[in-house]
Design a binder for this molecule. Structure first.
Ligand SMILES: Cc1cc2nc3c(=O)[nH]c(=O)nc-3n(C[C@H](O)[C@H](O)[C@H](O)COP(=O)(O)OP(=O)(O)OC[C@H]3O[C@@H](n4cnc5c(N)ncnc54)[C@H](O)[C@@H]3O)c2cc1C
Length: 227
């Protein structure tokens, strides 16, 4: 019996695990994928998060960037320097998320990766969490299984509205500008394209604010790659 079971080892799960275990609670983190796991993401992290942790994130910061470049239909560029003391951190999510949960493990949190939660039940005074690798119990349960996870539905929350996004990682090229985050508006209707530099490449993606029709997906992705 654990004090708390956390479902999902993304930043939410890793953070919850770290702070609970630091307060002396027994914690089990259940993650369906094997860590480190790829997560489609731009990987831009606000340095403001540092104040919530007492360890150094520098081993997992790929680059720091202080300039954002905006374009409209690939023209009319506007560059803006971020006015914060610390520039934006660029991270690879597989590395960043794993590092966070490892900090919790170092303090005593247990992690079972490659362990998908299949169902949950509240029985008398504790949560029973069923996985393909066994059943685990805890007094408290944290749903940190991300936007696509099943926990919110099981706990009776409303279905979230989904929006369309596509992301890819591109290897570095010789002329690559690593000094700027770039946002392109106007090419994709009701959406945008982003390009976030990393030490060894680029995270490129596209997303729409409205809609979400599956037949748009291929089109949006093609436009982002061409840009
Ligand atoms: C294309 C894209 C680009 C983005 N870019 C940025 C960005 O640049 N900067 C930024 O701050 N945010 C960005 N985001 C948002 C960011 O990715 C999320 O806010 C963040 O990942 C949420 O963290 P989380 O820990 O809640 O969930 P997640 O990171 O999604 O982690 C949830 C974990 O739960 C696990 N899981 C799911 N179901 C189960 C189950 N049944 N059993 C066990 N484990 C389970 C998953 O495998 C996963 O590892 C982006 C999102 C997208 C989609």
């Amino acid at each position: 019996m654990y004090d708390c079971i956390i479902v999902g080892a993304g930043p939410a799960g890793g953070t919850a695990a770290y702070h609970l275990v630091k307060q002396g609670r027994s914690v089990l983190v259940l993650e369906k994928q094997s860590l480190p796991r790829y997560k489609p993401c731009g990987g831009g992290v606000s340095p403001a998060i540092a104040k919530w942790f007492d360890f150094d994130f520098s081993p997992v910061i790929s680059l720091k960037v202080d300039t954002i470049r905006f374009t409209w239909k690939k023209g009319d560029p506007v560059e803006s320097k971020i006015q914060t003391i610390e520039p934006v951190w660029m991270v690879q999510r597989d590395v960043f998320d794993h590092f966070l949960v490892q900090q919790a493990q170092n303090l005593g949190a247990e992690l079972k990766d490659a362990t998908e939660v299949k169902s949950i039940e509240f029985k008398s005074d504790c949560w029973q969490v069923n996985t393909a690798n066994g059943t685990f119990s805890a007094r408290y349960l944290i749903a940190a299984d991300g936007a696509a996870g099943p926990m919110s539905k099981w706990l009776g929350f409303k279905e979230p509205k989904r929006r369309l996004a596509a992301a890819l990682e591109a290897p570095a090229t010789s002329g690559q500008d690593k000094s700027k985050i770039q946002f392109e508006f106007g090419t994709i209707k009701n959406g945008y394209i982003w390009s976030f530099p990393k030490a060894d490449g680029l995270s490129i993606g596209a997303a729409s604010f409205l809609g979400g029709e599956p037949d748009n997906f291929q089109k949006i992705f093609r436009i982002a790659v061409q840009c």
